[in-house]
Write a protein that binds this ligand. Sequence first.
Ligand SMILES: *[C@@H]1O[C@H](CO)[C@@H](O)[C@H](O)[C@H]1NC(C)=O
Length: 484
Amino acid sequence: MRVLSLLAGTIIVSHLASVPVVIGLRQKPLSGAHPWTSGQDELEQWIRSQDTYSRARILSNIAPFANDPSAMPGAVCASPSRSHPDYYYAWTRDSALVMNELLSWMEHNSSMSGLQRTVEDYVSFTRHLQGLKGLKYGLAEAKFHMDGRPFTKSWCNGQTDGPAIRGYTLTRYARYLMQRGRDVEHLYGLITTDLDYVSEVWMQNWHCDIWEESRGLHFYTLMAQRRALTEGARLARRLGDSAAASAYEREVGLMDRRLGDFWDERAGHVMTTLEWSGGLGSKLSQLDAQVLLASLHSSMDDGVYTVESREMLSTALRLLRVFEPLYPVNQVLSAEINRAVVPVGVALGRYPEDVYNGVGTSRGNPWSLVTSALAEFHYRLAIEYAKRGSVRASDELLELIQWTRRRYRGQVEFKGLLRYLLGVGDLYMARVYLHTARDHTMYEQWDRHSGYGQGAIHLTWSYAAHTAASRARSQLVDLIASEV
Ligand SMILES: *[C@@H]1O[C@H](CO)[C@@H](O)[C@H](O)[C@H]1NC(C)=O
């Protein structure tokens, strides 16, 4: 397949056999922008070794722990850091995202089926949490102590993406077991407990967002809830529970209509919060990388805010434009890796008005997991095009490519769009490489000036974002190889 080729100064896009569209490139490259002439192999080696390290770190952040016998098996700590900042808690969201990652490994590699014990621990821990009484926010409690006790101090609590992500994670695990002829009775009650709760509360506007700062109706949260109820309804049908299935499907219909309201045509991006009802009110731009995470974590195969949708392409470009000038580290255009010089992409943070520095408040920084997510976004975009065998040259796609050409001067060696997007994803992987310690230690953030790791050390989610991006990259590399 050769859907798009880049020639000097021109992008030619052809929809397979149809008439090519020719678009001139207006973006001038940044001075010092570096082409991908070498170094991709070196970067790939780093991605692999970082992947191996990340997997081990993720597993070592899941109890049981030798150094803390009180931690309940299956509890995932957000980070082992217990002070400045104290992240040694089991967040419902982070834990479920990590279990989802483990399920991906198990589905892709049968020799990893031993991880099932860890997932079963998580199932037991979930049963314990769901059974706790007297919690103010019940299933939407944001986090728990690692020994399973409720967290009772003041917090931006009531995070309803948690039960939704846990719901679709357990549903995914149920599918995994059913494919192997195993019983899922012990899961179904846990799943419907979460999904019934989501059905009841999703339309209210008190939910705290994933950054734990503002209340309202959030795009990320709603996308997670929609996926949970959609996949939960399918499971319920398979198990003959048509009453639950119909109830969930009805809510999904309502959610679909609500989700449409988040797209702002004039701003050119998806709004992160509607019906703001409290908490941080300074996020005036409504431009937030959690929108990108929502698409990566929770979009399904139906075109609704999927990575290739014009809404997501356009939002990704707006994020790049706003973050590039915001962080001094983004003036760096290349990195050296095993003596090869590779171009690096933009480091992304959470949202432009961010003031959280990882410990307290001053000025926000770029985030490791968000920048890895940007890499994954480009890989998955290319995977989607490869699966379809064609690409519609939308204005949003061309704008994104044009903008990227400032940093990534692809020459004629690029055989097509898939290769180009692989290279673009690699820009962001190289960015993560640049700010990751040489012993592979990841943090939550990178100082916007010095580029050094900052905030929670060994943040589980930073590693999980890398392994997810790395998996998407391998899939894309295989697809490109099979196209030749
Ligand atoms: C599958 O997992 C095993 C055990 O962790 C590992 O040794 C092997 O390299 C993996 N295979 C692939 C193709 O990733």
